[in-house]
Design a protein around this ligand. Structure first.
Ligand code: ADP
Ligand code: TRP
Length: 321
């Protein structure tokens, strides 16, 4: 199966990104053909700070590699290193109905949050469709919030194929039902734009601050509580070993769950959970040349896959004379 997914380099990666997208991708490497990339063209719709974008791209690449992405067993690159995607974006945009984009929540959500309403931000789903269709991806693992963008990509592919003849594979989203949305420390969806994240590679102090700030209710300790309604439990269950989780579940149901203690335990488990990745990350950070070389080689491989699809699309629409 050909699996593809991209991640924006626009902030510190958090455990929502990890469970929603990075972990399933990394796991898929073993038995699938994996395409993983850092979407810097997409980030440019919200980041207008050269240093931040460039540094964010390197950071995201390093984080992915540290978390276990193996560039020998997948194609891993930076979106803008294969600029063919922008040409396909243009071609696709000419068959994309305005109504399709007007219905997208993410544009409205982002502008409501203060991101400038640019054409790029509006056309963002078309670029994402081009990302997916250029590599003829069959499966795209994403969090629930990206489902609509996947539907747009499919609709565009259907429209194109219908208008110009079979060209693109129709992609399917892969959304892990259990992990569809990781809650933030305030119980909303964890998102860097809400400032409610637990960053994967936070330092000890920051990690402690975020974990201790997980919002809990004021039910007395000895009263029973519904674990599924508790942010702390919902985050704890992502990391805790099964036995420990069962014991904590008991405490919730029968009374006796002490939030402060569970937070301290979560902190310890979290720190251990990412220990190896943290060490690998330090190594990679000390050798940016090596990381750039990995990305450069990834782009060569990605381009070799992209070029024939783009050529076919050009022929199909008549951009060959
Ligand atoms: P953010 O919401 O922090 O800006 P992005 O939109 O950059 O994160 O998401 C990157 C990837 O991580 C996407 O595939 C997205 O669906 C996934 N993701 C982000 N937040 C979560 C979450 N809280 N739970 C599950 N998956 C998430
Ligand atoms: N829009 C996605 C996000 O914000 C990132 C993305 C861009 C993507 N291109 C993609 C994800 C292609 C999957 C496939 O998370």
């Amino acid at each position: 199966m050909r699996i593809l997914s991209g991640i924006q380099p626009s902030g510190q990666l958090h455990i929502g990104n990890y469970f929603g997208m990075m972990r399933p991708m990394i796991a898929s490497m073993a038995t699938n053909e994996l395409y993983a990339f850092i979407v810097d063209f997409h980030a440019l719709t919200s980041v207008h700070d050269r240093e931040r974008l460039a540094a964010g791209t390197m950071e995201a690449a390093i984080d992915f590699l540290a978390l276990g992405l193996d560039p020998e067993r997948c194609i891993f690159w930076v979106q803008s290193d294969v600029p063919e995607v922008t040409e396909l974006t243009w071609i696709l945009s000419t068959v994309t109905p305005m109504g399709l984009l007007e219905r997208c929540h993410s544009y409205k959500d982002k502008t409501a949050k203060g991101i400038a309403p640019s054409h790029g931000l509006f056309a963002y789903p078309v670029l994402m469709a081009a990302d997916i269709l250029l590599y003829q991806a069959e499966r795209v693992p994403v969090g629930k919030d990206q489902k609509q963008h996947l539907e747009v990509a499919r609709d565009i592919a259907i429209k194109f194929n219908h208008t110009f003849g079979e060209t693109f594979v129709l992609p399917e989203p892969v959304i892990d039902a259990d992990l569809a949305t990781v809650p933030g420390i305030d119980g909303q969806k964890m998102s860097k734009s809400y400032g409610n994240t637990i960053p994967i590679f936070a330092g000890e102090k920051e990690l402690k601050k975020q974990v201790m700030a997980i919002v809990t209710d004021s039910t007395p300790v000895d009263q029973p509580k519904d674990p599924d309604q508790c942010n702390l439990y919902n985050i704890f269950k992502l990391f805790a070993p099964a036995e420990r989780l069962a014991a904590v579940h008991e405490l919730y149901v029968n009374g006796g769950a002490m939030y402060g203690k569970i937070k301290l335990e979560l902190l310890e488990i979290l720190w251990e959970y990412f220990r190896q990745a943290r060490e690998r990350r330090e190594q990679l950070r000390s050798d940016p040349g090596q990381v750039r070389e990995i990305l450069r080689q990834g782009a060569v491989k990605a381009r070799a896959k992209a070029t024939p699809t783009l050529e076919l699309a050009r022929q199909r629409v008549g951009l060959r004379y």
